[in-house]
Design a protein around this ligand. Structure first.
Ligand code: SAM
Length: 403
């Protein structure tokens, strides 16, 4: 039976104080002691789900024998290598970070071996602790728990991640997740909006948002611009999205929330296709904005070059992203997003896109430099912070098309 072990989240007041000293004023507010406690609880919740997935999928037994590479362990468990490689690799790195696996680096490929056993810890007690701490985090728990049930079938190749994540009955889960009332996700919107406000020059704004989804990122940016008196500067805010159901709901949400925003325009846009043929003209935007979208570009270089072209000279790209502090870091939300093929298998580049998923600050800089951008910056400066805050993973990357 799973053990209801108490979760030790450490001294989060001290951590919040330390963070407040280094975070820029515009992005500081959400990172309270309670937020940090919730983030640590969620990390533990995902760990416990992963333990259960390991047992149910046969991974726990497969890693219990002789040391093996992730490919060898997948083969022993009878998992579907093409689809399962990245998620299994992520699971093994997480278990090894937690001290459950021993990791030896041989011939460029790490080999894993179970130290004792995969713990049986009850995720429900973490959920209860979260409910007491701050119940607004629960949509993130529901999403991870729902996904966990289908993980073994996914790893065995019986169901695609897209079927699991985006079945019509699960739209509600996404509406609750991509929301400014869900603190885990809202921080991306607040950091993005804060960075855009920090970096935008005092001039008229023609904004194109990519992957606007259900509209929470746009709502946070528009509210920030309104607070700073920039509303009259907004000439146009073009909200774009690939998935029609998201676009419709995003449009409805924004028009309801901002009935006076006559500058809002809505349209479909696939960032993997030329922007001009989709109605977004070269040199037409002063800001291209995206929240947690660019890391699923099929070919990041292509999309960055399209963005470069639609920016007017001097125009700014601002992307809010979940950012890895080290290339091998296994971040909790990847448990969910590793199911998506677009997340796992983008076009690779040896230096700035060596793998799918989230990028490090250096990889973002490399990708933006390669596309011709200048003044590339990350806010907050995750590279400068990571020695003290190795799990601080939210940042906005800004870059300018040279004048
Ligand atoms: C993390 S979500 C962004 C959520 C959004 N900020 C919100 O508040 O709802 C990423 C979005 O990128 C969209 N997306 C995925 N592939 C895309 C593509 N090729 N072109 C444009 N958008 C895409 C997804 O449909 C999703 O809405």
């Amino acid at each position: 039976m799973a053990v209801r072990e108490i979760v030790d989240v450490g001294d989060t007041h001290e951590m919040a104080r330390d963070l407040a000293e280094v975070l820029p004023v515009r992005v500081r507010a959400p990172f309270t002691a309670s937020f940090i406690r919730s983030a640590r609880l969620y990390d533990e919740f995902v760990h416990r789900l992963v333990f259960a997935v390991c047992r149910a999928s046969g991974l726990a037994a497969a890693v219990g024998g002789a040391p093996g590479t992730s490919d060898e362990i997948m083969a022993r468990a009878g998992l579907e290598a093409g689809r399962a490689r990245m998620p299994v690799d992520w699971i093994l790195r997480r278990l090894s970070h937690r001290g459950i696996l021993e990791q030896a680096d041989g011939e460029g490929r790490p080999r894993f071996r179970l130290r004792a056993g995969v713990p049986e810890l009850d995720p429900g007690s973490v959920l209860e602790a979260q409910r007491r701490e701050d119940a607004t985090w629960l949509p993130s728990y529901v999403l991870a728990e729902t996904v966990a049930q289908d993980y073994p079938a996914f790893l065995r190749g019986e169901r695609t991640g897209e079927e699991i994540l985006f079945s019509p009955t699960r739209l509600r889960l996404w509406m609750d997740f991509f929301s400014n009332t869900n603190p885990l996700y809202a921080v991306n919107n607040l950091v993005g909006a804060g960075a855009a406000q920090e970096w935008l020059p005092p001039a008229p704004l023609t904004i194109v948002e990519l992957g606007g989804g259900l509209g929470s990122g746009a709502a946070a940016l528009l509210e920030g611009l309104r607070r700073e008196g920039r509303w009259p500067d907004i000439h146009e805010y073009r909200f774009t999205e690939l998935v029609p159901a998201f676009l419709r709901r995003g449009q409805h949400a924004l028009q309801t929330r901002c009935p006076d925003a006559s500058f809002l325009k809505f349209g479909a846009l696939d960032m993997n296709l030329p922007f001009e043929t989709q109605g977004v003209l070269p040199r037409s935007a002063s800001l291209v904005y995206a929240v947690n979208t660019l890391h699923v570009a099929r070919d990041l270089d292509f999309t960055l070059r399209e963005i470069f072209d639609v920016l007017a000279p001097g125009g700014r790209l601002v992307v809010s992203e979940c950012i890895r502090t080290t290339p091998a870091q296994a971040i909790y939300v990847e448990f969910i997003f590793n199911l998506m093929e677009t997340f796992r298998t983008p076009v690779l580049h040896p230096t700035y896109r060596p793998n799918g998923g989230f990028l490090t600050p250096e990889q973002w800089r490399g990708a933006m430099d390669a596309a011709g951008f200048v003044e590339v910056a990350v806010l907050p400066d995750i590279a400068a912070m990571r020695a003290r805050f190795p799990d601080f993973n939210v940042g906005a990357v800004g870059a300018t098309r040279p004048a």
